[in-house]
Design a protein around this ligand. Structure first.
Ligand code: PEP
Ligand code: MG
Length: 583
């Protein structure tokens, strides 16, 4: 068995097709000075052909997997039009008399090194784009085939060191049953493509290209990130059953997409929303049936850059999300940095306990300049859809009042400037600190809604660092203390007629959902991929069952008993995903 990164879910059983990472030999001898122009011409011809191929790939990908995925080829075309890069290559041909392919490989090498040494994951990935595009142009210069994957005749599992955008775009979805690669992670291009093509993928397997041989039978479990090469009969039989069950499960999920998120008896309806990190994520949210964004983490605008984002830049991003999701609501969380998220643009102090330190609303109430700019941008965006504002890391009433005072002053400014915004914009807070959960009755009088941030609430209430692997077993969403805090927040909000949502990971945890539903949680916000599985759980329960499960859980002493009780109540009907399919 080989363990890698579960990058795209699903199960496949098939035959290995190893994609050789052929080394590209280039002619390093010098060109005769009379042939320099010929070399420049060869380069032009190859660039021309490469652009033609890229335009075709762009069109194919846009038709098959959507414009978003096709955009990578626009980026490649832009690289081929980059004058600075082309001048460097031409210069090497003219002044150093390099062959075109050698000149190109030398320049590409420099850029690849530069990108791969960058901190930012996104920019790091650009090194792969340079490699992809330079390989294409060199192969065209050498008259070699650039579409090794286009003509696969039988159904296969592709095994490769890594896969480039050009590789994945050429694949015939009906022939390729899964991808396995030596390198790459969850956010790599290969992973994104695999998910969008709905092909199981296990990446980062280390040396799978060495272990696997062409024609080997293979089982790929993309849910768990496991691969069996030459599996025994028993494993294969087990996986054939799992594959069938998983297929049925997916069909059932698709079937619930258009149905309401309500209990089996229609007595309780909730809102299922998505957590997003950038406006681009709205597409996936809507495709998975989200009825809103319950948490827009705005940090992406501030991180990995030397200066703070302008009001205009923020406004454009918030407006894009509001417009894409309209008429559904988008809850925009104000800046939540500090803790593990450092801002290069800000002098952030070294702290003994950063998670208990100068972060989120605490920072914003000190740096009102930053806070006001963001609030202006959010308010301006509120004119273009249904926007709600949410403050993170609130620990007491005073902070909410201070934040609201600043919000009021910003509203007055905008009014004075004649800038339109939603004057009824709702304002809520995250409940992610135990003190806030315990004084939910007091806080409820100050706001329009609560959203429980269990990721932090759990770490603070059980005193378990959410990032420390060593004590991960103590990080327990179903700990009775956590459940009591959650119940208190929901009950107190309902007493004064406001609603409570949840945007921590727990909202998407199928085991926790019956309890949360029974406790009366009004909105569940999670990663887009969890929405349909959660909806399926909700639709399988009657309101009475959910209330009974919640009541029983509240009486229990530990999470093991709670889990066992839920499993027992749900499994006779197979409501939860089978354990073996759980990722
Ligand atoms: C949370 O704490 O539950 C939450 C959603 O916020 P973050 O994960 O961004 O801290
Ligand atoms: Mg948090």
């Amino acid at each position: 068995m080989h363990k890698g990164i579960a990058a795209s879910s699903g199960i496949a059983i098939g035959i290995v097709h190893v994609l050789q990472d052929e080394p590209i030999a280039v002619n390093t001898s010098l060109v005769h000075e009379n042939d320099v122009n010929k070399e420049l011409e060869r380069l032009e011809q190859s660039l021309h052909l490469s652009k033609k191929q890229l335009k075709e790939l762009h069109e194919k990908t846009a038709n098959e997997s959507g414009e978003e995925n096709a955009r990578i080829f626009e980026a490649h075309l832009m690289i081929l039009d980059d004058d600075m890069l082309l001048d460097e290559i031409k210069n090497k041909i003219c002044s150093e008399r390099f062959h075109a392919e050698y000149a190109l490989s030398q320049v590409a090498e420099v850029y690849m090194k530069m990108f791969s040494e960058m901190e930012d994951d996104y920019l790091k990935e650009r090194a792969a784009d340079i490699k992809d595009i330079s390989t294409r142009v060199i192969k065209n210069l050498q008259g070699r085939s650039v579409d090794a994957l286009a003509n696969i005749a039988q159904e296969v599992v592709i095994v490769a060191k890594d896969l480039s955008p050009s590789d994945t775009a050429q694949m015939d979805k009906d022939k390729v049953k899964a991808f396995l690669t030596d390198i790459g992670g969850k956010t790599s291009h290969t992973a994104i493509m695999a998910r969008s093509m709905e092909i199981p993928a296990v990446l980062g397997l280390g040396d799978i290209t060495v272990q696997a041989n062409k024609g080997d039978p293979v089982i790929v479990d993309g849910n768990k990130g496991i691969v069996y090469l030459n599996p025994d009969q028993e494993t294969e039989e087990r996986y054939r059953i799992l594959m069938k069950e998983y297929g049925q499960y997916l069909q059932e999920l698709k079937a619930v997409k258009e149905l309401p998120a309500e209990t089996r008896d229609g007595r309780r309806k909730v809102e299922l929303a998505a957590n997003i990190g950038t406006p681009k994520d709205c597409k996936g949210a809507l495709e998975n049936g989200a009825e809103g964004v319950g948490l827009f983490r705005t940090e992406f605008l501030y991180m990995d850059r030397a200066s703070l984002p302008s009001e205009e830049e923020q406004f454009q991003a918030y407006r894009e999300a509001a417009e894409k999701m309209a008429p559904y609501p988008v809850i925009i969380r104000t800046l939540d940095v500090g803790g593990d998220k450092q801002l290069p643009a800000l002098e952030m102090p070294d702290e003994m306990n950063p998670f208990l330190g100068w972060r989120a609303i605490r920072l914003c109430l000190d740096r009102t300049d930053i806070f006001k700019t963001q609030l202006r941008a959010i308010l301006r965006a509120s004119y273009y859809g249904k926007v709600r504002i949410m403050y993170p890391m609130i620990s007491g009433v005073k902070q909410v009042r201070q934040a609201n005072q600043i919000l009021d002053s910003v509203k007055t400014e905008l009014k004075g400037e004649g800038i339109p915004f939603d004057h009824q914009v709702e304002v809520g807070i995250m409940i992610e600190i135990p003190s806030a959960a315990l004084i939910a009755d007091l806080l409820a009088k100050e706001v329009d809604f609560f959203s429980i941030g269990t990721n932090d609430l759990i770490q603070y209430s059980i005193a378990v660092d959410r990032m420390n692997e060593r004590i991960a077993h103590l990080y327990d969403p179903l700990h009775p203390a956590v459940l009591r805090l959650i119940k208190n927040v929901i009950d107190e909000s309902h007493k004064v007629g406001i609603w409570t949502g949840m945007c921590g990971e727990m909202a998407g945890d199928e085991k926790a959902v019956p309890i949360l539903l029974g406790l009366g949680l009004d909105e569940f916000s999670m990663s887009a991929a969890s929405i349909l599985p959660v909806k399926k759980v909700i639709r399988s329960l009657s309101y009475q069952e959910a209330v009974e499960i919640a009541d029983q859980a509240m009486e229990m002493a530990d999470s093991e008993s709670i889990k066992a009780m839920i499993q027992q109540r749900l499994s006779p009907n197979g409501t939860c995903r089978t354990e073996s399919n759980h990722d």
